[in-house]
Design a protein around this ligand. Structure first.
Ligand SMILES: *Cc1c(COP(=O)(O)O)cnc(C)c1O
Length: 253
């Protein structure tokens, strides 16, 4: 698959299929389907694909890189002012100001220095997006998110600092093994702080996440098809864009 358009009709079909699965998973756990928002993860897909999904009625989108979001979303937002943009990728402090200007939700607040940078940018720009704390729920060394042992203190500090703009928690459980205990742990952690929003569940596990209390699921490949460049959601290694020549290889030529 090259990431080419499937056409608006199949986009609608893909969206309907995901919504039906969300409804079934919600019903299975006795929850109303409208308690769960679908965040369509459009990273690596061109703005035209996002526009197709907007035409199907989808309004919430997730991007993991500030630069890519900046290139795609301002124009789309002019057409659809009710579009809601989530940043779901690791955020460098030097991108915090752009993120604060661009995003409606930043899901990856995971360290004190980033909290400082977001607070400064919000003060300067007069705008503070909704914030989620990302927890490294499986304590995986290669993964972003605050460590389990530091999570409570960090969440408490963020709550003090950002008040009700901090609405919840986000996690990416380990790829291997049963994700449910991790989803449950995130739900328990959020409940202890009275936080309502739980961003958990991706294409491979969103039904389980819903059954464990997810209020937002982040679905990419099940909606858009495979990404042009396979990009792992472990957020570990930044792969170069397709077609990029490694610098050393070009020197050797
Ligand atoms: C890419 C990504 C997703 C979507 O992953 P799929 O498996 O394609 O649904 C969700 N969350 C984060 C943080 C991601 O980076």
């Amino acid at each position: 698959m090259t990431g080419s358009s499937l056409g608006p009709m199949s986009m609608q079909a893909a969206l309907d299929a995901i919504r039906a699965r969300i409804e079934r998973a919600a019903a299975a756990s006795g929850r109303p389907a409208d308690a769960i928002s679908l965040v369509a993860v459009s990273k690596t897909h061109p703005a035209e694909r996002v526009a197709e999904l907007l035409a199907c009625g989808q309004r919430r989108f997730g991007e993991n890189r500030v630069q890519e979001a900046q290139a795609k979303f301002p124009a789309l937002r002019e057409q659809h002012p009710d579009l809601v943009l989530h940043l779901i990728g690791p955020l460098q402090t030097n991108k915090a100001a752009d993120a604060v200007r661009l995003a409606d939700v930043i899901e990856t607040l995971d360290r004190p220095r980033l909290a400082d940078a977001i607070a400064r940018a919000a003060e300067a720009g007069g705008r503070l997006p909704e914030l989620l704390v990302q927890v490294n729920i499986g304590d995986e060394p290669q993964k972003a998110g605050v460590a389990r042992a530091d999570a409570e203190k960090f969440i408490r500090n963020c709550q003090t600092r950002f008040g009700d703009r901090l609405t919840g928690l986000m996690c990416i459980p380990p790829v291997e093994g049963d994700p449910r205990p991790h989803f449950r742990a995130l739900a328990d952690l959020a409940a202890g702080f009275g936080l309502q929003t739980l961003s958990m569940g991706m294409s491979g596990d969103f039904e389980q996440a819903i059954e464990e209390g997810a209020t937002q699921v982040r679905v990419g490949s099940a909606l858009f098809g495979a990404r042009p460049v396979q990009e792992s959601a472990t957020q570990a290694i930044q792969t170069p864009p397709a077609g990029a020549t490694p610098p050393l290889a070009s020197l050797a030529r």
